[in-house]
Design a protein around this ligand. Structure first.
Ligand code: N01
Length: 542
């Protein structure tokens, strides 16, 4: 009997060493590492194929804003030499092709069950096993459960009155049709101006008959200045990947970090620093000075520089002002990197509607009705983001020791130790979840660090003959405080962002990622492992 038949039809659940949930960057690498340890593993993936966010996010203009030479796995010397990126910032299709290549190269698909969503994962104290059930009837028992569910994978459709009555076509950027969408001749509305919206808007505007952009919060958008990758940049990385990767493990993404504060220099120097970085493009702009995330006055200088560029680029002063962020420090909501975003609002066929001034009252069959007007629309694009960091986990019915539900445990916000494990849920590991640097660093680096740590930990458990490991409540309390304290030293909590859960009505407002930096965080994780897993308890078989 095949694994599949066994998992789906047999009386006895399939028994594996590890269940991995999700087949994106994290799940694929976790599977590879489990195999290297000689463990049996099965991956469940809701999509029809590998890729995670890069499988679902096929909206026009989707690309990564970490440079392609850095946004890739580092675990295989041959892979990093063989793969060829074509652009400075890789488009979604190329990243997905890369992930497919990895799946084939390491023969990963044979242990992945596609189009299968995990419904529940319950820990059984008796045999110390996770019992996992899927929406297709699979039942699997596993010693370890690895949550590679993604930080930005639970797409969020807002509760807009009348949305279900809309007679045209509607799409969410995070769940885009594989066959693509033809916007030619269509009257389109985009709701949302985060990273996804600002990438999609210029591309949709070029095709659509008319585009209305509904903006709740204007964002800071830095030009990407994307281009073909030049040979010099490729050689820089490929000639010495090991050295550069080692550095990336300490700093995250390669940016040009400054040792000066924004107010340590005079106006002319500050302006020239901003101007140069603006011309170079990308997230590097936010690292112009060392205190942009720390000091409101310094941050104001960067924010004002961007607002001045918006005024330069957007011809209509009222539209320029409406596009100018004034309610949050630059970077406190995820900085956006775009191509031709502000210039798009100079087009005759594009209208900006600030829903702060003109509230959306209802979606009607023929379009969008605001407090001031009706906008006829036949295609609606929801670029409204995600229930970030906790959403994908909490959509699964997860129960730990004594039947405790994760949803109950995290009702006031996520609690865990090092972002890796939550007390009372033994042998359940979370990859790049809340409490870890996660979305604040190059995700691939964060994923490899977590998966390596988890694989080493599992190896230790098995070698020591123990049945498992769990975080202690004390260590968890301490870590939750530390994550909060670190965030409160920065300007991050001042933005009503998804980092804080502010985009989801009723979600607890807790700053979720760890802002202390990947290098410091890695050191802490390594020290904990070297000390025999201080703050964790290993337990024997029952
Ligand atoms: O989602 P978002 P996203 N009515 O939450 C608005 C990564 N990413 O998919 O700001 C009206 O940022 C909401 O308004 P507000 C990246 O980490 C990376 O764009 O909450 N509007 C906001 O404008 C990114 O940060 C890349 O006031 C509503 C927008 O919808 C993360 O994914 C590319 C609304 C949502 O923005 C998420 O980005 C794409 C409502 N009821 C994504 N509800 C790159 O690598 C929400 N909004 C470049």
């Amino acid at each position: 009997m095949s694994d599949r038949e066994n998992a789906r039809g047999a009386q006895t659940p399939l028994r594996v060493d590890a269940v991995i949930i999700g087949a994106g960057f994290a799940g694929l690498y976790a599977l590879h590492r489990m195999r290297l340890l000689g463990l049996t593993a099965i991956v469940f993936e809701a999509g029809r194929d590998v890729g995670g966010v890069w499988y679902w996010n096929r909206y026009p203009g989707a690309r990564c804003d970490v440079e392609s030479m850095q946004y890739s796995y580092s675990f295989s010397r041959e892979l990093e030499q063989d793969w060829e990126w074509s652009e400075r910032f890789a488009p979604q299709s190329e990243i997905l092709a890369y992930i497919n290549h990895v799946a084939e190269r390491f023969d990963l698909r044979r242990d992945i069950r596609f189009e299968t969503r995990v419904a529940s994962a319950h820990f059984d104290d008796g045999p110390n096993l996770w019992h996992v059930r899927t929406d297709r009837g699979d039942e699997v028992d596993a010693q370890f459960c690895i949550m590679a569910t993604g930080s930005l994978s639970a797409a969020r459709v807002p509760d807009l009155p009348g949305l279900e009555t809309f007679a045209g076509r509607k799409y969410h950027t995070g769940d885009w049709p594989h066959e693509g969408v033809d916007f030619r001749g269509r009257r389109v509305a985009v709701i949302g101006t985060g990273s996804s919206g600002i990438q999609a808007i210029p591309v949709i505007a070029e095709a659509a008959a008319h585009l209305v952009v509904f903006q709740r919060t204007p964002n800071f958008v830095i030009p990407a200045r994307n281009q073909r990758l030049d040979e010099q940049a490729v050689r820089f990385w490929k000639d010495d990947y090991p050295t550069h990767r080692a550095r990336a493990r300490e700093i995250g993404t390669f940016y040009e970090f400054s040792d000066k504060g924004a107010l340590d220099v005079d106006d002319a120097e500050r302006r020239s620093v901003y101007e140069r970085r603006w011309q170079e493009g990308g997230v590097n702009f936010v690292h112009s000075f060392k205190d942009i995330y720390l000091d409101q006055r310094s941050n104001d200088t960067a924010a004002e520089f961007v607002r001045a560029r918006i005024r330069d680029m957007v011809r209509d002063p009222a539209t320029a002002e409406a596009l100018s962020p004034r309610d949050h420090p630059l970077g406190s909501k995820r900085i956006c990197v775009g191509s031709g975003y502000y210039e798009t609002f100079n087009r005759e066929n594009v209208t900006l509607v600030s829903i702060r001034d003109e509230r959306i009252e209802a979606i009607i069959p023929t379009g969008v009705r605001t407090a001031k007007a009706e906008y006829p629309v036949d295609t609606l694009v929801l670029a409204t983001g995600y229930d970030a960091l906790t959403g994908a986990l909490l959509r699964i019915d997860i129960k730990g020791r004594g039947g405790q539900a994760l949803r109950d445990k995290w009702a006031e916000g996520p609690r865990n130790y090092l972002g890796l494990m939550t007390a009372g849920f033994p042998n359940m590991f979370i990859v790049t979840g809340p409490g870890s640097p996660s979305v604040l660093v190059n995700m691939v680096i964060g994923i490899e660090q977590h998966v390596d740590w988890i694989a080493d930990c599992i190896d230790q458990i098995r070698r020591s003959g123990k049945a498992g490991i769990e975080a202690t409540p004390e260590a968890e309390d301490h870590w939750v405080h530390h994550v909060n304290d670190e965030a409160n030293l920065t300007l991050f909590p001042k933005g009503a962002s998804w980092y804080l859960g502010a985009n989801v009505p009723g979600k607890p407002r807790v700053f979720m990622p760890y802002v202390g930096g990947i290098g410091r965080y890695r050191k802490k994780c390594d020290e904990v492992a070297a000390s025999g897993y201080e703050g964790f308890a290993m337990f024997p078989a029952a």
